[in-house]
Design a binder for this molecule. Structure first.
Ligand code: NAP
Length: 451
């Protein structure tokens, strides 16, 4: 049996497991630095998107395969190095995603009140690394920079009421903050036009279905220049988006408590404020011939006491792997890690760390299959790992004092979250702190030992 380690149990990692176990000649250990599996399916997908979250049921089926082991709460690079992993595995596939936010690169970006959407998403999803008190929503007016699906998620959750979200598994401390929200106006700010926006139509439409908020679009923003007209002719998704936006531009606001302003052609130039954020200075833009936004010199200010930057994710270097700082990815050829001298035998990448933070969850299926195909093609030429005892790596981690959470531990966390939800009348509620997750997981290990 081929012994493979997968680093990261998000969609890319799990789809790689699926592709490997289908053949029946590999055993796979899946490492995650968190005590829980599923990566952004658990900690990125918004809590009011249960259908997308339910992908975790299919991912569960893959991880419950008898040839697969889950080893959560193990930080590869810190608890065990890639070089050490190579003692135990014939091939290592890193699917660690893109963990941090991209920066705007404008003055004032680090003022109190200016946050990355990545941090906001982690906080409202109860990520163990997100401090419970990371956010208050005292702002009346919020500027969200970016026109991608993450920006749409953030805007939607700010526009909804805590009551709209109470039936989800959102943690109590988040619901409490949203319950006290002062927000009346949310400005979603795009540096290019409606045709260049990155959101998908289904996500966009949802903004028009929020009972608590009017969506406001300026018809002048939807007038198209020749570059956009040309793009529209080849992009049906952009045509659908434009149709939705045009419908909203014709609608009169109905006086709902919150207003969602979709604003195009504005490039942030400064986050304003001394002690904390008081506004977002923007410059009007137009497209150059290549479709890039260029400033026109016309400046204006958006009233905002909170700024959320939602301009994309970025991968982090993994100790022991080459890294391209420019793209935030690991250089690779069809998933084979490329070092200075060419492909590094037995080392592979999949998902966002391979191709950058693009695409929907399903995109990772094809991506992971491509990498696994490369791995299997290489197998006859890769030296086998010296240690073949599957328990050796578990002993190594225990000797280092690393508390690995196995699949039963994860199932115990799930049970504890269901119990927590029942206490407040929802199907499930998130356990947030890492120590509490570990306590729930280890309770399972203790009862296994006593049985
Ligand atoms: P994204 O789709 O790449 O969108 C990033 C946005 O930020 C774009 O509008 C981009 O504008 C803008 N931007 C980048 N740099 C900027 C700057 N310096 N100043 C102003 N604006 C800037 O990224 P994302 O929203 O983080 O989403 C990441 C991936 O996750 C996407 O593939 C997305 O579809 C996926 N996702 C999917 C769902 C879902 O299916 N429900 C939910 C969340 C995320 P330009 O186009 O001008 O660069």
């Amino acid at each position: 049996m081929l012994r493979v380690a997968i680093v990261g149990s998000g969609p890319a990692g799990v789809y790689a497991v699926e592709a490997l176990t289908r053949r029946g000649d590999a055993t796979v250990d899946v490492f995650d630095r968190l005590p829980s599996p599923f990566g952004l399916v658990r900690y990125g997908v918004a809590p009011d998107h249960p259908k997308i979250r339910s992908i975790s049921a299919a991912l569960t089926g893959v991880l419950e395969h008898p040839d697969v082991r889950f080893l959560g709460n193990v930080d590869v690079g810190a608890d065990i190095t890639l070089a050490e992993l190579r003692t135990y595995y014939d091939a290592i596939l890193v699917a660690s995603g893109a963990a941090v936010d991209r920066r705007l690169g404008v003055p004032g970006e680090d003022l109190p009140g200016s946050f990355s959407a990545t941090d906001f998403v982690a906080w409202y999803n109860g990520h163990p690394d997100a401090p419970i008190d990371a956010f208050t929503v005292d702002a009346r007016s919020v500027a969200v920079v970016g026109m991608g699906n993450v920006a749409v998620d953030v805007v939607r959750l700010l526009a909804k009421t805590a009551d709209d979200l109470r039936s989800t598994d959102m943690p109590d401390h988040v619901l409490d903050v949203l319950d006290r929200s002062h927000v009346t106006d949310i400005h979603m700010v795009g540096r290019r036009g409606p045709v260049q926006a990155k959101f998908t139509t289904r996500e966009l439409r949802e903004l028009g279905e929020i009972a608590n908020a009017d969506v406001l679009v300026d018809a002048a923003d939807l007038e198209l220049d020749p570059v956009s007209e040309q793009l529209l002719a080849t992009q049906p998704a952009a045509r659908r988006n434009l149709e939705v936006l045009r419908g909203w531009a014709e609608r009169r606001p109905s006086g709902r408590p919150r207003r969602l302003h979709l604003r195009f052609w504005l490039r942030p130039v400064e986050v304003l404020g001394n002690e904390r954020v008081t506004g977002l200075r923007v410059e009007s833009t137009q497209l150059d011939e290549s479709g890039n936004a260029v400033g026109t010199g016309a400046m204006s200010t958006i009233d905002a006491q909170m700024v959320l930057r939602s301009v994309g994710y970025r991968g982090l270097p993994i100790p022991g792997l080459p890294f391209d700082e420019r793209t935030g990815t690991v250089p690779n050829d069809a998933g084979r890690v490329l070092g200075p001298g060419g492909p590094e035998p037995g080392l592979y990448v999949a998902g966002w760390i391979k191709r950058g933070p693009t695409g929907v969850i399903g995109t990772n299926k094809h991506d992971a299959r491509e990498t696994v195909a490369s791995m299997l093609e290489d197998v006859p030429n890769v030296p086998l790992a010296p240690e073949r005892d599957p328990d050796a790596v578990v002993r190594f981690l225990a000797d280092r004092g690393v508390v690995a959470v196995d699949w039963n531990g994860w199932l115990a966390i799930e049970l504890a979250e269901i119990e927590l939800g029942q206490q407040r009348g929802s199907a499930r509620a998130r356990i947030v702190q890492r120590e509490a997750l570990l306590r729930a997981a280890l309770a399972a290990a203790r009862s296994d030992a006593n049985a």
